[in-house]
Design a binder for this molecule. Sequence first.
Ligand SMILES: Nc1ncnc2c1ncn2[C@@H]1O[C@H](COP(=O)(O)OP(=O)(O)OP(=O)(O)O)[C@@H](O)[C@H]1O
Length: 227
Amino acid sequence: MSESILALKDVGVFQKENMVLNEISLDIKKGEFVYLIGKTGSGKSSFMKTLYGDLPLRHGEGNIVGFDLKTLKEKDIPFLRRKLGIVFQDFKLLPDRNINNNLQFVLKATGWKDQAKMDTQITEVLDKVGMKTKGFKFPHELSGGEQQRIAIARALLNDPELILADEPTGNLDPQTSVEVMKVLQEINKSGRTILMATHDYALILKYPSKTLKCDGSKVFEVVQNAV
Ligand SMILES: Nc1ncnc2c1ncn2[C@@H]1O[C@H](COP(=O)(O)OP(=O)(O)OP(=O)(O)O)[C@@H](O)[C@H]1O
């Protein structure tokens, strides 16, 4: 039996007093690639936020990359986030500095000090997403697809056990989406676990994988031809 990376039991997801999702029970194992689908407003982002500690777990039990979500304290959140790689739809790169400095900023903020080691790590993650020559570019000098590759590289900096990607192709055209998806597939093949929220059914058909659906306040696994 391979290692569990994310295990939820009877979890409820809340936005303030409103319950968005309930009775979620699931288990994601090391190395899986899992999609999370569902209509706008069905709760995908709220679900992701509960997983990375942005929303508290108020009901049920959850364990993610070795952290107990039920007992997670404010001070634990940075340590949880270091074991997660989070990718958003809107890239969230810092516009006032080049790519190398965007990545260095994250490394320093997460405790790295040795400049040579930081440089090596930055080169390595940029290489993984096919952007090794773009370190001196500013975010505005890159296309949307390139910016998302950089955001994926940033998510890889601390060698995360789980990548949470919330609509990573949501701002990209279909061809660029496929390119970004190929990068995520490669990263998954190298052993990393990925949970990706998406609206993009064409991508799911092209790269079939385990699929969870948010619908009517529940999350359940669906078979490919029923998505
Ligand atoms: N900050 C917030 N405060 C209160 N309610 C919120 C907040 N964010 C989202 N909601 C509500 O929670 C529900 C789920 O929203 P959520 O953003 O999780 O859905 P989603 O499936 O990710 O949608 P989308 O695909 O549009 O991002 C919606 O009814 C939404 O109005």
